[in-house]
Design a protein around this ligand. Structure first.
Ligand code: 26W
Length: 768
């Protein structure tokens, strides 16, 4: 891309004038929009070219794309971040002002962020991958706390404008439901590869009424009808469902899913028709990756569309097998989507008919009906539909894929043992290292040269510097600087002071029982009690930093937030421990906050019960930034240990096999009997230690000790090993050994680049 600073400054200032302002007077929003639009004007040409380059492309169908803030990452990838910083400085504008711009949070967590990383990596690696998703009016809720309880606020991300997208009015399509129809209007966003010249597309669909304003109806005073049509249409893409890992068979969600896949398929088919080629040739040019079950209605919808064009069912089915691929992201039963047949039938009757045909085809294969079904007892099982039809299915980390084969999809695996494959997740090292940790990146480049940014295993060359005192000193002091920056941010935003010499022990991720924030919380209380009793004289000062959103309807998750906020208040207001202990629950954890956190952490807590976390990707971000993992042998932690050595991390707890054994005869009460200090920490939930939230805390207590499923996630079982490992880490912190462990992790993070993941998909799954 051609770039000239003076020319750019002219463009930028011209755009400001069209808004009736100038660089000196414009507010952040106006500056942001003018700057972004000026950059957009520069990329159009390359964008156009990239779109025409490949004959075979992959479409990544996903209900979520958690892209975060676009501006810095786009400038970095275009190679003009420094230039723009200077151009702005000429007019007295500090580029960091744009940190005010809110994230596009069109996703819940891991699955949505993975989709965003994959798009960036694909563009960087010149892989023709386009995203297809939904343009939610409101993204994931903003979180605040009131009396320690989570409160949700609407995420009005569009108030900043959306200068990185282009509305493609002429490419709109109609989507029909049984009861009404709507338009789907695409907004295309460029996905800019890192210094690759390649720009792919993220296409997000917005729902709109067919008759924006119907004069006939208006004249006939049928205002209510107009309002109803407007509501029906805009409602579909109004808001992102905030559930992560729990299924909630809501009709509106079904509409969203169908809207996404119908619009995307129609626009893809339309392009194939334009090229004078169609249907059967589709298989040569298009492959579609289904990101979990959310877009799986694409399967019957494609069959429906092909049948309409005169292609027989069986041929259409074979086309689907060639075109569709499916990724599973969780083994949690409650997250495997199911739809009532009656619901599907009433809203999408033609889809219901096609699903019936697929079920009939499955029955003809002569398999055991108890094991192989798509519709059973009037319920549609979306994962089974995906596994039956898609040409390939994958899990997201080795251990997860093994569990899919052995357990979740065991019968399907027996039916076709070549269908299930593994592609371990990855993260983009551009956003998660170059951008958020530029000083460390510069130190690395100074030693091993450029190239590692797009070939992350090159980091292994750093092995030669791990014992170099100068390099070690640089690592420690840059980490210290990052910690200071995070501490400033936390002080300004959360009102908690964290001295930079404290150990920054961090757990940030969605709140879920299986992720066991409660285990961490209990350990903090335990340490607090021990400090008060004078039992931990050598304990090194530690700040426990939490960040997590709970699904609004997830009672226990919210109760755990309340509990942790209670602990924070107790600890932070107790002068007898201020020099040893701080607790901060940061508000509204999101992508931009994560960028500040992962380069400043000393400890990365990845403590899910073994077998539960499909992969995790936060774990990779911390590792890459030179942070040790305090974790279980779960998800990608297993592979982190393979790469960096188990001895260089702090691994504890029951393994997948042990979990299975323990669960056969588990009595959490017995654990408390044997461990009075743990018992004290647990009983603080009910003994009046905390004011307020009595019912919530009691519910947390009961989840550990009452009923047949008490302590489902073995919090109490794993506690002892956890606290010992945590204290062992605390003892090692600050030593040369500890610094070496950090560096060994950074050096061996190469495998976890999303560049590697997308290349594996391209080669083994997409055949691109
Ligand atoms: C229908 C409700 C629902 C919502 C979200 C069901 C399932 C989900 C996702 C599958 C949850 C999710 O984000 N899973 C995470 O995916 C990441 C990317 O592969 C993994 O790293 C995480 O381990 C996994 O929890």
């Amino acid at each position: 891309m051609y770039f000239d600073k003076n020319e750019f400054l002219n463009d930028f200032e011209y755009l400001l004038r069209t808004e009736g302002t100038d660089a000196e007077h414009a507010d952040t929003r106006t500056l942001y929009n003018a700057l972004s639009k000026a950059v957009m004007a520069k990329v159009f040409c390359d964008w156009e070219k990239s779109g025409r380059r490949a004959t075979r492309r992959c479409g990544y169908f996903s209900a979520e794309f958690l892209v975060g803030r676009a501006i810095f990452s786009n400038l970095l990838n275009l190679g003009i971040l420094q230039d723009i910083r200077e151009v702005l400085a000429v007019r007295g504008i500090d580029i960091n002002r744009f940190e005010e711009v809110e994230d596009a949070a069109l996703g819940n967590g891991g699955l949505g962020r993975l989709a965003a990383c994959f798009l960036e990596s694909a563009a960087t690696q010149n892989i023709p991958l386009d995203g297809y998703g939904l343009r939610y009016r409101y993204g994931l809720f903003r979180q605040t706390f009131e009396d320690g309880c989570q409160k949700e606020l609407a995420d009005d991300w569009l108030k900043w404008g959306d200068p990185w997208s282009v509305r493609k009015e002429e490419e709109r399509v109609r989507v029909d439901f049984a009861d009404f129809s709507v338009y789907a209007v695409p907004y295309d966003t460029p996905v800019i590869g890192y210094k690759s010249g390649v720009i792919n597309t993220l296409r997000l669909w917005q729902s709109e009424p067919i008759h924006p304003f119907d004069f006939d109806k208006f004249d006939a005073m049928r205002g209510e009808e107009i309002a109803r049509e407007n509501f029906n249409a805009t409602e579909i893409t109004a808001v992102l469902y905030p559930n992560d890992n729990t299924e909630e068979g809501k009709i509106l969600r079904l509409r969203q899913q169908y809207f996404l896949v119908s619009a995307s398929l129609q626009s893809i088919l339309r392009k194939q028709k334009e090229g004078g080629r169609y249907a059967t040739n589709l298989c040569e040019r298009v492959v579609l990756q289904l990101n979990d079950t959310h877009p799986v209605l694409a399967v019957p919808e494609l069959i429906r569309l092909l049948e309409k064009d005169g292609i027989p069912f069986e041929t259409a089915f074979e086309i689907c097998r060639k075109i569709f691929r499916f990724t599973n992201h969780t083994i949690m039963g409650e997250a495997l989507e199911k739809w009532r047949g009656e619901t599907v039938k009433s809203i999408l009757p033609e889809i219901w008919t096609v699903i019936g045909k697929i079920q009939a085809r499955l029955e003809k294969e002569g398999l055991d009906k108890e094991k192989y079904y798509i519709v059973k007892d009037g319920t549609v099982h979306m994962a089974n539909l995906a596994v039956y039809v898609c040409g390939a299915v994958n899990g997201v980390a080795q251990i997860h894929t093994e569990i899919l084969k052995r357990d979740v999809f065991k019968d399907w695996h027996a039916w076709d043992e070549n269908k299930i494959a593994n592609v371990t997740n990855g993260i983009t090292p551009r956003r998660w290292f170059l951008l958020n940790n530029p000083k460390m990146a510069a130190e690395i480049t100074a030693r091993i040269g450029q190239g590692w940014e797009t070939d992350l295993p090159e980091l292994k060359k750093l092995a030669a510097y791990i014992d170099d005192p100068v390099f070690r000193e640089r690592f420690v002091s840059i980490k210290r600087e990052n910690k200071r920056r995070l501490a400033d941010h936390i002080r300004d935003h959360e009102g908690v002071d964290i001295p930079e010499h404290f150990i920054f022990d961090v757990q940030v991720k969605r709140l879920h029982e299986y992720k066991r924030q409660l285990l961490n919380a209990l350990s903090v209380l335990y340490i607090y009690n021990e400090l008060k009793s004078g039992n931990l004289p050598d304990f090194k000062p530690t700040a426990f930093i939490f960040g997590a959103k709970a699904a609004p309807g997830y009672y226990l998750a919210k109760a755990i937030i309340k509990f942790i906020n209670g602990i924070a208040e107790l600890v932070n207001n107790d002068e007898t421990v201020t020099d040893k202990l701080r607790v901060a629950f940061i508000r509204n954890y999101n992508v931009s906050y994560a960028e500040k956190i992962v380069c400043a952490a000393d400890v990365s807590e990845q403590i899910s019960m073994a077998g539960m976390e499909a992969s995790g990707t936060g774990n990779m971000k911390f590792m890459l930034n030179g942070t040790v993992t305090l974790g279980t042998l779960d998800g990608a932690n297993v592979e982190i240990c393979e790469e960096a050595g188990k001895e260089n991390n702090y691994i504890f707890g029951a393994t997948v096999d042990e979990v299975a054994t323990v669960k056969k005869s588990y009595d959490p009460k017995k654990i408390l009997e044997k461990n009075p200090k743990l018992k004290k920490a647990v009983e603080s939930l009910i003994d009046g230690t905390f004011e307020g939230g009595r019912d919530e805390l009691k519910a947390v207590y009961d989840s550990l000790l009452s009923g047949a499923d008490a302590d489902k996630y073995l919090v109490l079982y794993d506690f002892e090993d956890y606290i010992l490992t945590k204290l062992y880490l605390n003892a090692e912190y600050g030593s040369e050994t500890f610094t070496t462990k950090c560096l060994v992790n950074m050096t061996n993070a190469g495998k976890f680049s999303a560049d590697r993941s997308v290349k594996e998909y391209a080669e083994h799954i997409w055949n691109i």
